[in-house]
Design a protein around this ligand. Structure first.
Ligand code: DGJ
Length: 384
């Protein structure tokens, strides 16, 4: 190659190469290694053999992009700031194939975990069948031998079919007189929800499963936590040893609390759950909970967000709490800034999650780095 042509090639390469990032810039466009804004919405992350893998909904431009047109996009990174495009890890089935995961279905909040027994990567996501809006309320599973895929579809579920939750009383197995006509949001109605109004309704077909996350505990047991009962109550359901099905052991969390977008972490033997309220694509104030057992009881704490825009979680909705490898009790709060008119533009809010005693805390930062976790945890503010 002549000297001049070599120079042209080098200059062209230099202009496409992305400057290496050394910090998180919440809410700013986040280019991948090719300079394209990350396309991984409702994401979760996996740390595997020294690399992080990010999995999220691949969105397209225009309102059609709120349903799945492509599948689940995967990126990988060594440092969490710079992400390499690994392509589509799970592809929707062709239009007209009749598959549950056919193009045009709703596929949200994919989460991938590794199963040490089967040596397989297991992806779960919220699935709504094409043309049925959000009525199907299913949770679905796909598997792969490699973190980046391709993931092969296994099946979908309504969890808990034919199984009562833990601690469910005998007298709650039959409808209470007049319960069907109770006015929503009244104290009597809340009691009826707690005593199984919707659990009974869905006992035979299985419980609804919309917004979801997966959590693997220190003992290797995994759980699917999802919004159920018309998004009124969260359910936690134990997965089988291969992480591809349900054992039938499950429980409710915050009955009638109207929570979605669950994101969970474990610290000092306690479980911390962050959620949002239910306002569609519009943001609202986050909620937080703590429990000593995944089965509860769960104690509701405060809105974890502080400062300006805390009431809208900085215009975002939680999707995952990412444990930072090699740093004790360091979790990144991952959230979405949805843009439903043009879903591909959706932004990412990643912030360090800190703890004031038991209270998870978020503070806005325009720019921050992992060294933020080396600072001491903030002190609890005691009311005068
Ligand atoms: C809020 C959920 O958290 C999202 O995942 C999505 O299901 C939207 N609702 C749809 O309105």
């Amino acid at each position: 190659m002549k000297k001049n042509s070599l120079l042209v090639v080098l200059l062209a390469l230099a202009s496409t190469a992305q400057a290496q990032r050394t910090a998180f810039l919440p809410g700013q466009p986040w280019p991948d290694n090719k300079g394209t804004h990350l396309n991984a919405h409702g994401a979760g992350a996996l740390y595997d053999q020294g690399r992080y893998y990010l999995f999220g909904e691949h969105k397209i431009a225009g309102p059609k992009g709120n349903s799945a047109q492509v599948g689940v996009h995967c990126y990988s990174s060594k440092d969490l700031y710079n992400w390499q495009d690994e392509g589509i890890a799970f592809a929707v089935a062709p239009e007209g194939s009749g598959s549950e995961v056919e193009k045009g279905c709703v596929l949200e909040r994919p989460k991938v975990v590794f199963n040490k027994k089967t040596r397989q990567y297991v992806m779960w996501f919220h699935l709504e069948l094409k043309g049925q809006g959000y009525a199907a309320a299913r949770t679905a599973v796909a598997v792969s031998n490699k973190p980046t895929g391709p993931y092969k579809y296994v099946r979908s579920y309504r969890p808990g079919a034919g199984q009562w939750p833990l601690g469910y009383k005998e007298e709650w197995k039959q409808p209470a007189p007049g319960e069907a006509s109770l006015k929503w949001w009244t104290p009597e109605w809340r009691t009826a929800v707690t005593q199984g109004l919707f659990v009974r309704r869905d006992f035979t077909p299985g419980q609804m499963a919309r917004d979801m996350t997966i959590f693997v505990d220190d003992d290797g047991k995994a759980y699917n936590i999802h919004s159920s009962e018309e998004n009124l109550t969260l359910h936690v359901a134990e997965l089988t040893d291969d992480y591809q099905g349900f054992t039938g052991k499950w429980n409710t969390i915050a009955p009638a609390g109207h929570n979605e977008a669950p994101a969970i972490c474990k610290r000092g033997g306690k479980y911390y759950l962050l959620t949002s309220g239910c306002t569609g694509w519009a943001p609202n104030a986050a909620r937080s909970f703590v429990a000593s057992s995944i089965w509860g009881p769960w104690q509701q704490l405060d809105n974890p967000a502080t400062g300006p825009d805390a009431d809208s979680t900085y215009h975002s909705q939680s999707t995952y709490l990412l444990p930072v490898a090699g740093k004790k009790d360091a979790f990144i709060f991952m959230a979405d800034r949805w843009t439903p008119k043009n879903p591909i533009d959706g932004g990412y809010i990643w912030l360090p999650l800190r703890f004031e005693g038991d209270q998870p805390r978020l503070r806005w930062a325009d720019r921050w780095a992992l060294s933020a976790f080396d600072q001491p945890q903030p002190k609890a503010v005691v009311a005068p």
